[in-house]
Design a protein around this ligand. Structure first.
Ligand SMILES: O=c1ccn([C@@H]2O[C@H](COP(=O)(O)OP(=O)(O)O[C@H]3O[C@H](CO)[C@@H](O)[C@H](O)[C@H]3O)[C@@H](O)[C@H]2O)c(=O)[nH]1
Length: 463
């Protein structure tokens, strides 16, 4: 056991996340996992959305200037921001690597970067530094991204409204409506970014996934056939860490008062509602959600992030007296301690946008989902959650209060809900098995550590 903790000793790893909450969290968790194997960890980050180093005193942090103005950071969408980071961080990163990596006391074994930061591959190639990729989304959605050129050639992309219910024959069980879409200010930008990051993943020394073999075996098998590099499904990352050892990865401060509110609720009764860190909804959609929740008669805990509602600071569009009239049945926070919330026995369902972290966190706790994907990989995740793993129901059609009420009741009180809850508990058990000694994630992590130690970087040759 002690030996296990020492394997990476004397080796440094450089980790660079994309500066978005859903990407920073898995990076910090991966850093903790590899730190527990003895590696020294340096987190390279942009100035925009920089993580809080005080939560990670055992890591070294270094900022790479991103050149983003305040206006760019506050007005550009996630795709255009990522494009700019890919352009503007290239020289600062190269300069920093060239001047500091070779002079590090410990040899740098490799650079682990976010798939979206494709510029890091040519930089690492030039400096003869092996690059591993961490893909923060799931493998099934990545397979769809890797098929983008084919999907375009066959006419499935760009998605046409008239074909939404057609099956995508190359990627069952997806329909055209499940294909990733991103409403970028530049319509071509999403397609180009995806194609570029897939290409640079193929050029890397391997891809690490925050997933587990039993969950996405068919996508992982296909990716192994199509990519001639190692694939490491070692997730769910946060479950490798001993309870209580996970440091806070949140960019926003979680409001822990909701935990004592949850303590007062009946077992499996609460609908937890959260749409992650980026998704935004219109005022009309917000009101349909609010009334649907109120009419469902179930207690609910709702994360309303400032900026969630287009054109509002917080939740001003909520009619006055709305919460008071519910007699304590509804609780609203700006940001929740989500992992803790999902593991609370009072939580009976998670109404989610199906960001990959939320999807996986829900699976880990055996909490059934109400799926309302917004963009990108979320549509694929929602399809898998509802139709393949059968641990959730998708909100169908237009977002409307009657539909919301009906969906919540299906999940919370009907036979279908019971079946879904049982599937969720069975899947949770598979997570536990994969993490135990001899389980798939446990073994892939072991292989990852061995492979990192055998990677040949220019700096390890110098030392
Ligand atoms: O009140 C909250 C709400 C969320 N979270 C956490 O924030 C993260 C949110 O991540 P995710 O569910 O993946 O959603 P996004 O923030 O939308 O993530 C982006 O990154 C993901 C991983 O690449 C993609 O799957 C998504 O589509 C993309 O929008 C999760 O770890 C949550 O636990 C909290 O801690 N408190």
């Amino acid at each position: 056991m002690e030996e296990e903790k020492q394997r990476g000793k004397g080796h440094r790893l450089l980790l660079m996340p994309s500066p978005l909450q859903g990407h920073i969290t898995p990076f910090l968790h991966l850093g903790d996992i590899l730190f527990s194997k003895g590696f020294s960890i340096t987190i390279l980050h942009t100035i925009f959305n920089s993580p809080n180093p005080s939560s990670y005193p055992h890591f070294t942090f270094h900022a790479i200037p991103d050149g983003l103005s305040e206006t760019e950071a506050s007005t550009l969408d996630a795709v255009l921001l990522t494009d700019l980071i890919n352009i503007r961080c290239k020289h600062p990163l190269k300069e920093w690597l060239a001047s500091s990596v070779l002079s590090h006391q410990e040899p740098v074994s490799c650079f682990i970067s976010d798939a979206a930061l494709h510029f890091t591959q040519p930089v690492c190639d030039e400096l003869k530094l092996p690059r591993l990729v961490l893909r923060t989304g799931g493998a099934s959605s990545f397979l769809v991204f890797a098929s983008f050129p084919l999907l375009r050639e066959k006419g499935y992309l760009p998605v046409q409204e008239s074909r939404l219910d057609e099956p995508v024959v190359d990627l069952p069980p997806l329909k055209v409506k499940d294909l990733p879409k991103f409403q970028s200010q530049d319509p071509e930008a999403f397609y180009k970014l995806v194609c570029r990051f897939v290409e640079e993943c193929k050029a890397s020394s391997g891809v690490i996934w925050n997933t587990f073999e039993e969950l996405e075996s068919s996508a992982l098998t296909k990716l192994r056939q199509d990519f001639s590099i190692p694939i490491y499904p070692i997730g769910p990352f946060h479950k490798h860490l001993l309870t209580g050892s996970a440091s806070s990865t949140s960019l926003l401060t979680p409001d822990k008062s909701c935990m004592s509110w949850l303590d007062q609720q009946d077992r499996n009764s609460v609908v937890y509602v959260s749409f992650g860190s980026i998704a935004a909804i219109s005022e009309a959609e917000f009101l349909e959600i609010a009334w649907g929740l109120a009419n469902s008669k179930q207690p609910f805990l709702w994360v309303i992030r400032p900026g969630l509602i287009h054109g509002s600071e917080w939740f001003e569009p909520l009619p006055s007296g709305f919460l008071e009239n519910l007699g304590g049945r509804g609780y609203i926070v700006k940001w929740a301690p989500q992992e803790q919330v999902l593991s609370h026995p009072a939580v009976g369902a998670f109404w989610t946008h199906n960001g990959w972290n939320s999807t996986l966190e829900s699976i880990c706790e055996g909490v059934p989902m109400i799926c309302m994907p917004c963009f990108a990989d979320q549509k694929v995740n929602a399809k898998y959650a509802s139709s393949v793993w059968r641990v959730g129901v998708q909100l169908q059609n237009k977002l409307d209060r009657g539909e919301v009420e009906k969906t919540i009741k299906t999940l919370m009180v009907g036979d279908e809900g019971n079946e879904i809850r049982e599937n969720a508990l069975n899947l949770k058990e598979k997570v536990n098995v994969s993490l135990k000694q001899g389980g798939s994630s446990y073994c892939f992590l072991d292989r990852l550590v061995s492979d990192i130690l055998s990677l040949k970087s220019a700096t390890s040759r110098v030392h």
